[in-house]
Ligand binder design. Structure first.
Ligand SMILES: [Zn+2]
Length: 457
């Protein structure tokens, strides 16, 4: 079995038993971590000198519509209603299966390059079975740990849609691509839920997914749609379980947070998109009040940045900013912060693993877990000198600081470069696909396209 030892890194493990070290070694044996500790001594293994580096668990993005990578920055100035008009009304139906492949492949590589070792691909543009196959293949070729969240076809996504999900194709994808659950790829169901389809269809689809052994994620609590008591509706049908992740949750009512917590469910907050597009304010403190620790996600990569550093900083500032605003309105000055940088790093790693059902495999650095590891070069000007390692990662770092990325013990990035993909060739292919897509849509590619806001739903 191939062995690698990372020497002398500042270790932030996010694991209570392992703890943190100012300088320690990490021994990788095959796909997993064999040992972590200071000065592990002479070991027959390939040695990596990580002096001056910070080792953290790979980030986990629990909700990204990776197929939208072809539309990067298209929606920079769009509201949620314009997003529905532009992405759903124009672009989604024009995607070919090959577009799904190149978008997922390059989108997943982007995630990996920025230290996201596990990506929940919330795939809701599977217009034909070939689209779904291509999306899965893109993730597989990128070489990261991924959850393929099987969602619907584009035209099943207009609120409120009465069109059923293609459950036969969902079962086929499960059978054809996910027979063994022990590889890097797992499958889940990306449900429309009561905000985007009928409650009867929601119930039938939740039951069908669970019969296939699939975990579920569902968007709830975004904008005014979230005022329809979506969690209460699911509860009334007895559908709330610990296998479900609730995305956004900005406009849920207090009793709905309690229902999620009581069911053991998990949450995915996408602060950048939520505040830019009009979903509402991030629900961090509402979840914490009810004893539920959320995960983080990038969501629509056609408007949000694709890395976790940005998400962590935005969520930290948004959560603190909301609390400070309340204090100021009440004539108080806060004595302490409501959440810490370490809380946010935990959301971006360990809680992400929980939301994906992968906490026994990844999300922290501990002996026996998979070796999903990121090394940040803390000698760079924006991180040096390090006086608070967690603060450095959460408050200061960016993707350019990433020296190395390991997925299941395999080095996919070293010395700041991806090792396993011909990015230049893929870029040529992506440019051609994007140019053809915009030509089919008949819309400009210069930022001047502002769709007429979708008014339905
Ligand atoms: Zn989403």
């Amino acid at each position: 079995m191939r062995r690698t030892i990372i020497r002398n890194a500042t270790v932030i493990s996010m694991d209570g038993q392992t703890g943190d070290y100012p300088a320690a070694d990490i021994l990788i044996d095959g796909s997993s971590i064999a040992a972590i500790g200071p000065g592990l001594g002479e070991i027959d293994a390939e040695s990596i000198d990580a002096t001056g580096m910070i080792a953290i668990p790979g980030f986990i993005d629990t909700h990204r519509h990776t197929w939208q990578s072809l539309l990067r920055n298209t929606a920079a100035d769009w509201s949620l209603a314009q997003y529905f008009a532009g992405v759903r009304g124009v672009m989604g139906r024009l995607y070919t299966a090959d577009d799904m492949y190149i978008a997922n492949y390059m989108g997943a590589l982007e995630a990996l390059d920025s230290g996201i070792t596990t990506l929940y691909d919330w795939s809701h543009n599977n217009n034909t079975p070939e689209h779904a196959d291509a999306a899965v293949q893109g993730l597989r070729d990128a070489g990261l740990r991924a959850v393929f969240g099987y969602g619907n076809a584009n035209d099943e996504w207009f609120p409120v849609s009465h069109k059923p999900t293609n459950l036969a194709d969902m079962a086929r994808v499960r059978r054809q691509h996910f027979n063994g659950e022990d590889g890097l790829l797992t499958m889940a169901f990306a449900a429309r839920g009561p905000q985007f389809t009928t409650l009867d269809l929601t119930e039938a689809e939740f039951l069908a997914a669970r019969a296939l052994g699939l975990r579920i994620t569902v968007h709830v609590g975004d904008g005014l749609w979230g005022l329809s008591n979506p969690i209460g509706q699911l509860h009334a049908r007895g559908l709330l379980r610990g296998d479900t992740t609730y995305v956004h949750c900005c406009t849920l009512a207090e009793h709905e947070f309690q229902l999620i917590a009581d069911s053991g469910g998990t949450a995915s907050l996408a602060a950048e998109v939520e505040m830019n597009m009009g979903h509402g304010h991030p629900a961090t403190l509402a979840f914490l009040r009810h004893g539920c620790r959320p995960s983080l996600s990038i969501d629509v990569c056609c408007s949000a940045g694709g890395d976790m550093f940005g998400q962590m900083r935005i969520l930290l500032a948004a959560t603190r900013g909301g609390a400070h605003g309340e204090d100021l309105r009440a004539g108080r000055t806060a004595a302490a912060q409501v959440i810490s940088a370490r809380d946010v790093l935990e959301f971006a790693t360990l809680q992400g693993a929980r939301a994906c059902g992968l906490e026994r495999r990844t999300g922290s650095l501990a002996a026996g877990k998979q070796a999903d590891i990121v090394l940040l070069d803390a000698r760079m000007l924006n991180l040096f000198p390090v006086n608070n390692p967690v603060g450095a990662v959460v408050n200061d770092a960016h993707p350019g600081n990433i020296d190395s990325v390991f997925v299941a013990g395999r080095a996919v990035k070293r010395h700041g470069r991806l090792l396993h993909a011909d990015v230049a060739a893929l870029r040529t292919r992506m440019e051609a696909a994007t140019g053809a897509l915009f030509a089919r849509a008949g819309v400009p590619r210069d930022g001047s396209w502002l769709p007429v806001p979708y008014a339905g739903g």
